[in-house]
Design a protein around this ligand. Structure first.
Ligand SMILES: *[C@@H]1O[C@H](CO)[C@@H](O)[C@H](O)[C@H]1NC(C)=O
Ligand SMILES: *[C@@H]1O[C@H](CO)[C@@H](O)[C@H](O)[C@H]1NC(C)=O
Ligand SMILES: *[C@@H]1O[C@H](CO)[C@@H](O)[C@H](O)[C@H]1NC(C)=O
Ligand SMILES: *[C@@H]1O[C@H](CO)[C@@H](O)[C@H](O)[C@H]1NC(C)=O
Ligand SMILES: *[C@@H]1O[C@H](CO)[C@@H](O)[C@H](O)[C@H]1NC(C)=O
Ligand SMILES: CC(=O)N[C@H]1CO[C@H](CO)[C@@H](O)[C@@H]1O
Ligand SMILES: [Ca+2]
Ligand SMILES: [Ca+2]
Length: 565
């Protein structure tokens, strides 16, 4: 009997150690420059994040990932790292990071850091030594001789930068070109160097030793390039100019086979660290089909959350309910058994969801991500329905926007989605005491802000809080997922618990501007009477009301989550 008792006491702690704490949760992305400024310099920082942890705890997210806060010349706002194991003074100190981590853990929140392995800053000491051919640093980057064409120096091949123009930059001192997928100040690291691979593993260990719960790996698809340096095929009639990255078919510079082994090696490193299961999330932004194919390989290589960008990239306000059904079903069907699905709503690289899907449907994606199984990945401001901020060319600071020039910057600049978090209606929306912030605050902060939405039971924030309560109830952990297309314009999703199929949750979304009345009970095989968890806008009924699903009257762009009663 006493042995049994000991086993009972021990087993849960063993499970806790191995627990995938991100199952059936939301994970929140903090863009640190824009979350909260603690010292009035107009730029967000670590102490600022620490001061807002109660907000994240209240949302009920499992944890948050922070875009890079490491030492950086800030050419790409932190994605150009000059020291992978130190904090940039703009954001604070290592001690501030430790305080943040501890305070987050006290609130039950996990802390995830951005790991940017593809490149360093050209100011990183490794690069400086590589330029001087000092061993072993000489091989930490990708160096090649020029191709001489009729006595003129040319890059080794036709590869292009994601951010525009040739991907090769001439270095006068070393008399060679170096390869860089992004800006010239972000030279690509060479993962064929064993010494470099070890350095990057040490970075992971450095942070887990300080209590970090895992990593979000940036731009993983770019980690390796084909060593033969063959020209990439030009896409016929792509419609893009010859120096635009989209004009080439990237068969030699993306998702090379070795990438999967690299991810697996990091999984091994993380699994060997004490202190609970570490999460590994991988960012692989490509087209829908390619993403489906490669994401499954990233799952098999040990990524827990290979970002599913279908809501962010592939599906938009032109997509039909059938497009949604196909995209959702294919991810769930392809996913290896035992893995967790994920749905990324927004990030710092694209227009905010309200722009992509249209303000009339601004609540649709968060409702969908909450009802679908697995992990919802949200971006700061999603909880209050923040909009893009339209900036002039003069106000633009993103290198991608600046490169595009005054005529075209609006097509490429990532600044509109990066403006300060709107906390309240005071100076700079409560983000900073400084009226001048690194990017201008959206003028709509007087109405769209956390403080005012908290007091409005029909606000985007209130919808989000109710969805989180559903997610956290655990009722949908063991539940099947059915997607249903009703007519031309309506999508239905049913989550049917395997142990009590009648205690189900259902989502119905009208993609059209016209009201419709439908017998969703028949279409979706759900009870004739259900209780409303949330509705988006223009509904005549409210949360907790009981509704007749045999004649559900939906307003234009209506969206509703139904629950059992
Ligand atoms: C990074 O910064 C730390 C702390 O300042 C320092 O000890 C370390 O040498 C730096 N790493 C490199 C590669 O310069
Ligand atoms: C190199 O020079 C030769 C002879 O002048 C010329 O025919 C050829 O087109 C040139 N090639 C390139 C790539 O410019
Ligand atoms: C990469 O892996 C695929 C599938 O395993 C294989 O068909 C292909 O030949 C491999 N390519 C290289 C360059 O090794
Ligand atoms: C649809 O999305 C595009 C951006 O992808 C946006 O410009 C347009 O305004 C949206 N349309 C509607 C009706 O919201
Ligand atoms: C942008 O800045 C330049 C130089 O500071 C100024 O001459 C110009 O008028 C500004 N343009 C706009 C649209 O504000
Ligand atoms: C979504 C994302 O993280 N994109 C990043 C990919 O990597 C480049 C270079 O590091 C960044 O500029 C992007 O923001
Ligand atoms: Ca600051
Ligand atoms: Ca690379």
């Amino acid at each position: 009997m006493w042995q049994l008792l000991i086993i009972c006491l021990l087993v849960p702690s063993i499970f806790t150690a191995q627990e995938k704490w991100w199952k059936n949760s939301f994970i929140y992305q903090v863009y640190p420059r824009s979350f909260k400024d603690s010292n009035g310099d107009g730029v967000g920082d670590l102490k600022g994040i620490t001061s807002k942890l109660d907000h994240l705890a209240r949302l009920g997210v499992a944890g948050f990932w922070i875009s890079p806060v490491f030492t950086s010349p800030m050419v790409d706002f932190g994605y150009d790292i000059a020291n992978f194991t130190d904090i940039d003074p703009v954001f604070g100190t290592l001690a501030d990071m430790d305080v943040l981590t501890k305070a987050a853990h006290q609130r039950g929140l996990k802390v995830i850091l951005d790991f940017v392995p593809n490149h360093s800053s050209d100011k990183h000491p490794w690069f400086q030594k590589s330029v001087q051919r000092i061993k072993p640093y000489d091989e930490y980057y990708i160096w090649k001789d020029a191709k001489m064409v009729n006595g003129t120096r040319k890059p080794p091949n036709n590869w292009l930068s994601v951010f525009h123009g040739s991907a090769w930059t001439w270095n006068e001192q070393r008399k060679q070109y170096y390869f860089r997928q992004f800006t010239p100040q972000q030279p690509d690291l060479n993962f064929r160097s064993a010494a470099l691979r070890k350095e990057m593993e040490d970075v992971l260990v450095f942070w887990t030793n300080r209590g970090i719960d895992g990593f979000r790996v940036d731009a993983i698809i770019h980690a390796y390039e084909d060593s033969r340096l063959l020209d990439e095929p030009v896409i016929p009639n792509s419609g893009y100019p010859a120096d635009n990255w989209n004009s080439l078919n990237h068969i030699y510079t993306r998702n090379q086979n070795e990438t999967f082994g690299l991810v697996a090696s990091w999984r091994k490193v993380l699994d060997a660290q004490p202190g609970g299961k570490k999460i590994l999330m991988t960012e692989s932004f490509t087209g829908l089909q390619e993403q489906l194919q490669y994401s499954m390989n990233y799952y098999r290589s040990g990524s827990d959350v290979p970002f599913n960008f279908m809501l962010l990239g592939a599906l938009n306000n032109k997509s039909t309910p059938l497009d949604f059904k196909r995209a959702i079903d294919s991810w769930l069907n392809y996913m290896p058994a035992g893995e967790e699905a994920n749905w990324v709503i927004d990030n710092h690289d694209v227009n905010r969801v309200n722009t992509r899907i249209g303000n009339a449907r601004k609540d649709h994606f968060i409702m969908l991500a909450a009802v679908l199984p697995g992990v919802g990945v949200m971006y700061y401001g999603n909880e209050i329905g923040m909009d893009d901020t339209w900036l002039t060319y003069n106000e633009t600071v993103d290198p991608v926007g600046c490169n595009a020039g005054p005529g075209k910057y609006q097509l490429t600049s990532r600044d509109p989605a990066r403006t300060p978090m709107q906390w309240d209606n005071s100076t700079s929306a409560g983000f900073s005491t400084n009226p001048k912030t690194w990017l201008r605050v959206n003028p709509n902060y007087k109405t769209i802000n956390l403080a005012s939405e908290q007091n409005d039971f029909r606000s985007h924030f209130s919808i989000f809080i109710k969805l989180m309560a559903m997610k956290k109830s655990g009722r949908l952990v063991n539940a099947t997922t059915e997607t249903v297309v009703i007519g031309d314009n309506v999508l239905g999703v049913v989550r049917r618990p395997t142990d009590s199929a009648k205690r189900l949750y259902a989502l119905v979304q009208n993609f059209g501007s016209k009201p419709v009345t439908l017998d969703v009970s028949a279409w979706m095989n759900i009870p004739e009477r259900m209780r409303i968890l949330v509705t988006n806008r223009d509904w005549k009924t409210f949360s907790w009301n009981v509704i007749d699903t045999t004649a559900l009257a939906m307003p234009g762009y209506g969206s509703i989550v139904l629950m059992p009663f």
